[in-house]
Design a protein around this ligand. Structure first.
Ligand code: PDD
Length: 287
């Protein structure tokens, strides 16, 4: 079956999707992106992803290339054309194509690209078994709240993690506190049973999964404390996990050389993961 991408107003075969060599995304990483999971043919937390997309665009003074309503229609059409049941949707908007010059050009049209991928997310071993993480210095810039396509430090970190046989690299600020993973938010359950995740600031991305999980936890009567935690606190934690659109809630069972608790996903992580997956399954049922 043909796989399509949406590139600047046209649905094209995925492998034929191209943008210009002077696209500012290519030359300056001057753009933003979103990744949303698709469950049962529907985007998980679509409005949350579109809200964050609008915040990222506003922070970079990039005008939305199409209205939100039109974008929703394009997303739905692409998911349908590619017959994606479970998978994810990738959206990228760059400032557009212009002769190379660092300062923002005026009067150009932003580039809009969307693609989808089929993935059997829910049957991943890592959800049940948990993963290993390493810690690395956070060498990113001071606006990690913007979901820009400038991801080289994240790619470096993820590559170091893979080389160490780990799934994720937890980035650590100058004070020794974990900011977030290279593509996920980080959480721990402390020895006194407090569920912690770092507070929102320009140090981290506001994860849509993080937002959803805070809501689910509240409904279940579990308080989430938005507070930074150190590498030592994470290694001494009862439980640790990361969240993202593509990893849902993935337990972390080892950080560097330190096994967390007994090396198995903890009880609160499993309950929260179950509630989150139930929420996703509910979307599938309604699709
Ligand atoms: N990454 N922090 C960072 C640095 C991220 O890149 C991501 C997501 C998150 C979690 O955000 P959300 O829950 O909205 O997915 C946190 C996506 C999945 C990616 O880059 O592929």
């Amino acid at each position: 079956m043909a796989r399509y991408a949406y590139v600047d107003g046209r649905y094209v075969p995925h492998c034929e999707g191209v943008v210009g060599i002077e696209d500012r995304g290519f030359q300056f990483a001057d753009g933003i992106y979103e990744v949303a999971s698709i469950i049962g043919g529907a985007m998980v937390d679509g409005p949350g992803h579109l809200d964050r997309m609008e915040r990222s665009l506003a922070a970079l003074d990039i005008a939305p290339p199409v209205s939100r309503r039109v974008l929703e229609l394009i997303m739905r059409e692409l998911i349908a054309r590619n017959a994606v049941v479970d998978g994810f949707l990738y959206l990228q908007i760059t400032r557009g194509v212009a002769p190379r010059d660092h300062k923002y050009p005026t009067g150009i049209r932003p580039t809009l690209v969307l693609s989808t991928k089929r993935v059997d997310f829910l049957n991943q071993a890592k959800l049940a078994e948990g993963v290993k993480a390493i810690t690395i210095p956070d060498i990113r810039w001071a606006r990690c709240d913007i979901k820009t396509i400038s991801l080289l430090p994240n790619c470096m970190g993820k590559t170091r993690a893979a080389a160490a046989g780990a799934y994720e690299a937890l980035q650590v600020d100058a004070a020794g506190y974990i900011t977030e993973g290279t593509s996920s938010n980080a959480w721990i359950v402390t020895q006194d049973n407090r569920l912690l995740t770092r507070a929102l600031s320009s140090d981290i991305l506001r994860g849509v999964t993080r937002d959803r999980l805070i809501g689910i936890a509240a409904e279940e009567g579990i308080a989430v404390v938005e507070e930074a935690f150190s590498v030592e606190a994470a290694k001494a934690a009862r439980e640790a996990f990361v969240t993202s659109a593509t990893s849902f809630l993935t337990p972390v069972v080892q950080i560097d050389d330190r096994v967390i608790a007994d090396g198995a996903p903890g009880p609160l992580s499993r309950r929260l993961q179950g509630w989150y997956l139930d929420y996703c399954a509910g979307l599938r049922a309604r699709a």
